[in-house]
Design a protein around this ligand. Structure first.
Ligand code: AQP
Length: 332
């Protein structure tokens, strides 16, 4: 079975974007792949995390992943900082990746904005750590949302340069898996910006912990335009908010944007938003309840994560030790 690796940052409550773009696609892969999923807390501190909240956020993210259907009997689920191989390999990759490559990363530009002199150096080398996460397991497939595609290309460039510089065939080429009609879910307040768990506006996103009332209110207030829904895909051109709301219903009902427009074309947004709310509440309600149940027992959750970390380290440690040998580090 091909090995799959993916991660998610505990930078807040997971959003509908994280769910449709990533987590939901991870669940069926557990049946026919060797899956490793990680709550990437080392990545999260590239922007400020309040220490008093951070551990709770990490636990909440792990509970969300389990509630969405990750099963520790079928996959390895763990917290990144518990497996030291990630940081060890990331340092080597910091010394392989070229500054020019990092300068091209659009996520850094988006996150740093005009403030690029003031953000952490960790944010800049974030893609090197992401490459290490994947290559520490010799993973071949990486299911992510569309926003991560550029980072995966960089991970392949790093592997190639490592192999070339040291004259080895050690790190394999990875294949990004970017799936589904909702590979990029957009903000409810601005259809040109991706939905993010750390967006300052809570109204911009649906959180997996939102109640039925909160979902209804956010969808009701979601930005739209005055035109009714078109009946054909071409009618969504230059209407990013309409396109986003159509994509979300298609994803959540396992249909396509064409199907949604066939069924709802001609409706005004008032009517359409009611349909969308109902579908979201029905789909997300059970996940929210299961998350709450799992978070009542911290000891059980932490124990499951410890077992996951031991299993992950058993794979990553020998691979990273071999990478260190190839580099020429003196064995201890
Ligand atoms: N809006 C989105 N649509 C589709 N997929 C998305 N992903 C994130 N946002 C969307 C996918 O979720 C996975 C985990 O992402 P992450 O937490 O590691 O980092 P991120 O991409 O930076 O996600 P956020 O929610 O925007 O976090 P913050 O606000 O902390 O930066 C990835 O596979 C990502 O593609």
């Amino acid at each position: 079975m091909d090995r799959v690796f993916s991660g998610i940052q505990p930078t807040g409550v997971p959003t509908l974007g994280n769910y449709l773009g990533a987590i939901r696609n991870w669940v069926p892969m557990q049946d026919d792949h060797d899956c490793i999923f990680c709550v990437v807390d080392l990545h999260a501190i590239t922007v400020w995390q309040e220490p008093k909240l951070f551990a709770a956020q990490t636990r909440e993210m792990a509970a969300a992943l389990l509630a969405c259907g990750l099963d520790p009997q079928k996959c390895i689920l763990f917290v990144q900082s518990h497996v030291h191989a990630h940081a060890r390999l990331a340092w080597i990759f910091n010394c392989v990746a070229r500054l020019g490559w990092l300068n091209r990363m659009t996520q850094f530009k988006d996150k740093a904005g005009k403030n690029s002199e003031q953000v952490s150096s960790g944010l800049y080398v974030y893609p090197n750590l992401m490459a290490a996460d994947i290559h520490a397991y010799h993973a071949l497939k990486v299911p992510v949302g569309d926003d991560q595609k550029q980072h995966l290309e960089l991970a392949n460039d790093i592997a190639q340069k490592f192999n070339h510089d040291y004259g080895v065939e050690f790190f394999p080429t990875i294949q990004p898996l970017i799936q589904g009609v909702a590979a990029r879910v957009m903000s409810l307040r601005d259809g040109t910006k991706k939905m993010s768990k750390s967006d300052p506006s809570d109204a911009s996103r649906i959180n997996l912990t939102d109640s039925a009332d909160e979902i209804a209110q956010k969808i009701r207030r979601a930005k739209t335009d005055p035109e009714p829904l078109p009946s054909e895909l071409a009618g969504l051109e230059a209407r990013p908010e309409a396109r986003n709301l159509v994509g979300i219903l298609a994803a959540i009902t396992d249909s396509t944007p064409q199907d949604v427009l066939r069924d709802h074309g001609g409706k005004g947004f008032g009517q359409y938003k009611e349909v969308l709310t109902e579908a979201l509440v029905a789909h997300l309600g059970p996940i929210r309840e299961e998350m709450a149940r799992l978070l009542q027992d911290h000891a059980a959750l932490d124990a499951a994560l410890r077992i996951g970390a031991d299993r992950a380290a058993a794979i990553a440690d020998p691979i990273v030790t071999e990478a260190e040998r190839i580099v020429g580090f003196l064995p201890r």
